[in-house]
Design a protein around this ligand. Sequence first.
Ligand SMILES: Cc1cc2nc3c(=O)[nH]c(=O)nc-3n(C[C@H](O)[C@H](O)[C@H](O)COP(=O)(O)OP(=O)(O)OC[C@H]3O[C@@H](n4cnc5c(N)ncnc54)[C@H](O)[C@@H]3O)c2cc1C
Length: 603
Amino acid sequence: MTDTLIDRRDLAFQLYDVLDTQSLLERDRFADHNRETFDAVIETADRMARETFANHNRDADRDEPRFENGKVTMLPEVKEGFDAYAQAGFIAGRYDESLGGMQLPESIMAACNGFFTAANPGTAGYPFLTTAAANLIRVFGNDEQRDAFLRPMLEGRFSGTMALTEPHAGSSLADIRTSAAPTDEGHYLIKGAKIYISGGEQSITDNIVHMVLARVRGAPAGVKGISLFIVPKYRLDDSGQPGERNGVSLAGLIHKLGYRGTTSTALSFGDDAPCHGYLVGEPNQGLKYMFQMMNEARVGVGFGAAVIGYRGYMHSLAYARDRTQGRQVSDKDPESPQIPIIEHADVRRMLLAQKAYCEGALGLCLYGARLMDDQQTHPDPEKRAAAGTLLDLLTPVIKAWPSEYGTKANDLAIQVYGGAGYTREYPVEQCWRDNRLNPIHEGTNGIQAMDLLGRKIWQNKSEGLQLLIKEIQTDLEAATEGRRQQWALSLSETLQRAVKVTQELGGALMNEGPEPVLANAHCYLTLLGHITVAWIWLRQANAAAQYLGNHGAELTASDRAFYEGKMQAAQYFFHWELPTVAQDLMLLERRDDTCLNMEPDWF
Ligand SMILES: Cc1cc2nc3c(=O)[nH]c(=O)nc-3n(C[C@H](O)[C@H](O)[C@H](O)COP(=O)(O)OP(=O)(O)OC[C@H]3O[C@@H](n4cnc5c(N)ncnc54)[C@H](O)[C@@H]3O)c2cc1C
């Protein structure tokens, strides 16, 4: 076991050496900050995450929230953690100073939140949902709604949820049935049922603000008839304090594989009492608004998956250094001492795979956060627009790749522990159970794949893909020496094949319709994911090589180990992982119809 959540040196390398985060300081919005303030907030997040989140991670997993006598009971440490997070200003961290925020860049906030998720994903769920719901009200709510709900949420007195899913409508939100009937008093009466709503009931905050998707009576069918409502657990009295109970109630708690500290709720609206909802923005625009929150949440899911993977890697690395077992294959002397398992090449394989997946996924997600910063604050409007286009293209990749490979990393962490990994006495099985949610929620990875290949890749004449290729090209050109040159060549060749197959798929979409193309969307998601993460690794390798080149003689042993480790993990990705997409390319090129043509009754 180790208490390292994310390697601080790796984080600093990725933020400053690879992403040049300090250049954000030149922007007006961040003018009051400096590298020291960024580092101080990261330091605080790391310390607080260990002290107030990691301290109850295992207990909250063992002792799930319970629904007793009409109330949810949960460990008091969850509230203490939430309150500590809110009081330190993290809920409002990215917001304007006028709203009580710190005007921190997304890149820094994402890094900070990484520590809290790595420490305890269950408790982290409550503040993260609150931030996202608050942002929705900030952007699309009216002044009255902002006055009523935003500040209490940013201060951590009220929490937020996103209430989309219904028992019969998960992936297909077009089919939601929850209804909203207008009244003469300005509010709507909400009626329906939602399921899997995270944080939908808890004993942490004074009020819960549900962001609910519903249909105004008579609205068009499908996605064009969905509106967004604020539905508080308690209606506010004249002084803005929680007053009368609103008609949203807990139908039951759902018991899960992981993420057990976050309540998962079935909620009913308007069953026992009238449920007041307040329309956000225009009617029938709800899904568009909610997509803002979902896109942020999708990047957040990717980040969470990357750091839970990372946490498992840290644990298994510490274990592998400590656990002794067996001898070198060439050592036949039974009297010689056993060696630490990290000495075995096969254990190094599993550790290297975890390092390549998790540090690669972390790099991908930090890059996504940087795109958010550039979209919001880059001084050049063209660069702002380009960052938005790239982020839009990469959002399904940022959600899905870390959630798939972060979970794989946790699977490998269990394997590194051997039998101990399978027991609840050691921490890695919980990492795997927690992470296993990430390919499912916020749109399953299957839905992300179809979003990428069915929509995102073609938007604005594939402008996003062109921009990505341009970005990759810059780093290919910088990889001029030694191993990096070889890696750049293999990335360039894979990219060319991917571009060619994309053009073919575009033609097939027009000529043959979506079915044969989207049937293999998962292969395309893996292909673009691996290409993007290979590029992220090339950027890290370029930065590491530069450091090694500039500081050759004066390098300390620990510096050398860090940068050589980066180069070796990059090599692992280029030798062991990137070539695996040949299979995806082959299936896409031939538009393989095996899955498409398998009839349901042939199973
Ligand atoms: C722990 C947890 C927390 C959650 N938190 C929230 C929350 O806070 N708020 C909220 O609103 N929801 C929440 N969800 C719901 C979550 O977003 C949904 O579970 C998810 O979107 C999938 O919907 P579903 O479960 O109905 O599965 P389904 O939609 O029934 O999908 C089942 C399978 O079919 C596939 N599939 C479905 N449609 C298609 C298609 N058209 N093409 C190809 N494949 C398809 C899916 O990829 C999946 O593999 C949560 C879920 C869980 C488990």
